[in-house]
Design a protein around this ligand. Structure first.
Ligand code: TPP
Ligand code: MG
Length: 441
């Protein structure tokens, strides 16, 4: 405090750094449990002195699982990316081709485009079919992501070319596929109906509860089977989605996992223009006792987060409302440098040597298989409480100029030849120039 030429703001920063260093040292010397105890003690002191924290069930706007606690990814990333890219293409082609036949058929491209990694990590590493002595897992798929689930079943040889061609025309003489998960129309394929938003998550809670009841009454063998529910962030506006979450926590349903695809968009605009949907949901779920895992930033951000000794980057992340984040997803790297990193000298300095193109392409957590895997693994091992994973993604991911992060993307059903060629190039799809316009499966 000797240098009186310093402004109050500069002095505050020095003081903050001092406290952060003390905390770092405590963690290094005594570990996270001791640090938690210390923070609790400080909070009691603060509360008694009238320092009230706004909502204590919200954590900073960054990943719950830090890089150093991330497990090694057990899969082959290259093969998985190739398979996922082909599934992305087939899902898109299914909707595009159906709408070329008849523009009133409809369907959705951008929901699965944002959720592909969330599903593929599940399919490749977590979801189990019933097998000897094990009932398998129960998966509630987000209804509007149905084209992606069909596209995977096609690659697995479980549905035919003709069925994909007849998407949304399941009564066609040669067979087809229902618009959404529909166990009555497709009893050998779908287990649970979900597209009326809010019903999937509500049923998943009762399903997990009932499984526990059957186990407790000795009617089925106890197992580690999970109920997974995949839903949209806009879907959480439905009262049914959040209506029973306190029951799930009260019953300690650690056989239940919600994965909320937080692309910040619903039908035709942002979910929370002037707020942060991830923080809002974290408060609600943590407040009722759920284990909450935020998967916001992809691996591209790890380096920057490692340099963020003063926490200014995470502070900045927490200041941006969803409407602004949406703007970043359609803007250039130069814009992001100026408007996101440029606000504080510390964050501006971090990206000084990074080119604009790199800033534009920094991946979100829900598009990074390693981050998603880490969260799923922690969720499947969690004891005593249900888990919600809040995964940040971009709606229409991979659709480029024609839809990525745009308000219209939910309604996007057509791509022209040039847009198809761009999609093909981005995901290395092995299709020739002559063929690309016809969007073959
Ligand atoms: C109960 C109900 N109301 C309205 C709709 C119409 N609808 C279809 S998709 C959608 C928005 C979906 O947004 P979100 O849940 O965020 O999904 P995503 O962004 O992943 O597509 C709406 C309102 C519906 N399917 N169900
Ligand atoms: Mg959404």
């Amino acid at each position: 405090m000797a240098n009186t030429n310093m402004t109050q703001e500069q002095l505050d920063r020095l003081e903050t750094r001092d406290w952060i260093q003390s905390l770092e040292e405590l963690i290094a010397r005594r570990g996270v449990d001791r640090a938690r105890q210390m923070l609790r003690d400080l909070q009691i002191k603060a509360q008694k002195a009238g320092v009230q924290l706004p909502v204590t069930s919200v954590t900073p706007y960054t990943n719950t699982i830090p890089f150093n606690l991330q497990p090694l990814y057990p899969g082959d990333r290259d093969i998985e990316r190739r398979i996922k890219s082909i599934i992305r293409w087939n899902a898109m082609a299914t909707v595009v081709r159906a709408n070329r036949q008849d523009a009133s058929i409809g369907g959705h491209i951008s929901t699965f485009a944002s959720a592909a990694t969330l599903y593929e990590v599940g399919f490749n590493h977590f979801f189990r079919a019933p097998h000897k002595g094990h009932p398998g897992d129960f998966v509630y798929f987000q209804g509007h992501a149905a084209p992606g689930i069909y596209a995977r079943a096609f690659v697995e040889g479980r549905i035919s070319d003709q069925q994909l061609v007849n998407f949304r025309r399941e009564l066609a003489p040669t067979g087809g596929l229902s618009s959404y998960p529909h166990p009555w129309l497709m009893p050998d394929f779908w287990q649970f109906p979900t597209v009326s938003m809010g019903l999937g998550p509500l049923m998943a809670i009762y399903h997990a509860r009932f499984n526990r009841y059957l186990e407790d009454r000795g009617l089925i063998e106890p197992s580690d089977a999970k109920v997974w529910a995949f839903l949209g962030d806009g879907e959480t506006d439905e009262p049914e989605t959040l209506g029973a979450i306190s029951l799930a926590a009260r019953e300690g349903l650690d056989n239940l996992i919600f994965v909320i695809n937080c692309n910040l968009q619903r039908l035709d605009g942002p979910v929370r223009g002037n707020g942060q949907i991830i923080q809002e949901l974290e408060a609600v779920f943590r407040g009722t006792g759920w284990n909450c895992l935020k998967v916001i930033w992809g691996g591209d951000w790890d380096n920057l987060l490692a340099q963020d000794h003063d926490g200014m980057l995470v502070k900045r992340m927490g200041e941006i409302v969803d409407g602004e984040f949406q703007k970043y997803s359609v803007e250039t790297g130069a814009y992001i440098r100026e408007h996101f990193f440029g606000d504080y000298p510390e964050t501006a300095a971090m990206v000084k040597n990074m080119p604009d193109e790199k800033l534009e392409k920094m991946r979100m957590g829900g598009h990074d298989p390693e981050k998603v895997y880490a969260a799923y693994r922690q969720a499947t091992n969690n004891d005593g409480a249900p888990t919600v994973i809040l995964a940040r993604t971009i709606k229409g991911y991979g659709l480029g100029e024609s839809g990525e992060g745009k308000n219209i993307t939910h309604q996007q059903k057509k791509l022209n030849e040039e847009e198809l060629a761009e999609f093909r190039a981005r995901f290395d799809i092995p299709i020739s120039d002559e063929e690309v316009g016809s969007a073959p499966f």
